[in-house]
Write a protein that binds this ligand. Structure first.
Ligand SMILES: C[S@@+](CC[C@H](N)C(=O)[O-])C[C@H]1O[C@@H](n2cnc3c(N)ncnc32)[C@H](O)[C@@H]1O
Length: 241
């Protein structure tokens, strides 16, 4: 666990470069507010720098799990009253239960195979109170395939440049190749590289698995609309009966 993780080198600029495009956050906050009560216990899986959890700070009991110590270091600074645990979201046992668990911004896709997705659903089930809610999203296989056929695309956060390329490795595995050129001074740049693997599966396969563990409350695409074969990101809200 102490070994360097894909996200450790990205952690110092994650919020300003990658996290700022987090379209999941708005949907998460809109959905979560319907289920939270004073004193609710909230757990985020793959909490990263705790940008999502920080919205709930001082109102609820917050816990975040992440595998990257670099990301957790920032999370702990951001929410001193939160509990942050370095663990694998597909294999954890916190020995406590929560009212709301969420896992967003395609964090589930970071798991290496479908067995790990199932294992995550099982861990969530074990950690939810009866009637507890799980909110998660995932990149569709359709989206990952489209991205892997597209050109490398640049972004320009301030004076820095980010080059993103999604490369297909196998039918269900894609590598996000990240090259971040951080301006040191004038024309001098430091290159920070990382490769982040994402797995993707047919939407029906995912939803059928989810239904084995939870009752569905809502499923929508990235703009709160009905899911179609061309949806890019799927949002699910489910309940443990
Ligand atoms: C795309 S970031 C999302 C971070 C945060 N949820 C957000 O919305 O900004 C994915 C996060 O998942 C973490 N992660 C990836 N695989 C993981 C695993 N198997 N167990 C725990 N965390 C993991 C990464 O370290 C990273 O912080």
């Amino acid at each position: 666990m102490a070994s360097k993780n894909h996200y450790d080198s990205l952690a110092p600029f994650y919020d300003t470069v990658i996290g700022k495009n987090n379209s999941s956050k708005k949907i998460l906050l809109n959905t979560a507010k319907n289920y939270l009560k004073s004193g609710s216990k909230v757990l985020e899986l793959g909490c990263g720098t705790a940008e999502n959890l920080s919205v709930f700070a001082n109102k609820y009991k917050l816990t975040g799990i992440d595998i990257s110590e670099g990301m957790l270091k920032i999370a702990r600074r951001k929410i001193p009253g939160g509990k942050f645990v370095q663990a694998d979201i597909a294999d954890f046992d916190l020995k406590e239960k929560f009212d709301l668990i969420f896992c967003v911004y395609d964090t589930v896709n970071h798991l290496k195979d479908f067995k790990a997705w199932i294992s995550l659903f099982r861990c969530v089930k074990k950690h939810l109170n009866e009637g507890g809610i799980f909110i998660f999203d995932f990149n569709t296989l359709y989206k990952l395939n489209i991205l892997s056929q597209s050109d490398i695309y640049p972004e320009f956060p301030g004076e820095d440049t980010l080059l993103l390329n999604v490369r297909k490795v196998t039918k269900n595995l894609f590598n996000w190749e990240i090259n971040y050129f951080k301006q040191v001074s004038g024309a001098k740049y430091e290159l920070i590289k990382s490769v982040i693997p994402e797995s993707g599966y047919d939407t029906d396969k995912v939803l059928n698995e989810v239904k084995k563990h939870f009752s569905l409350i809502n499923i929508s695409n990235e703009s709160f609309r009905k899911v179609t074969k061309k949806s890019l990101r799927i949002f699910c809200t489910v309940k443990l009966e």
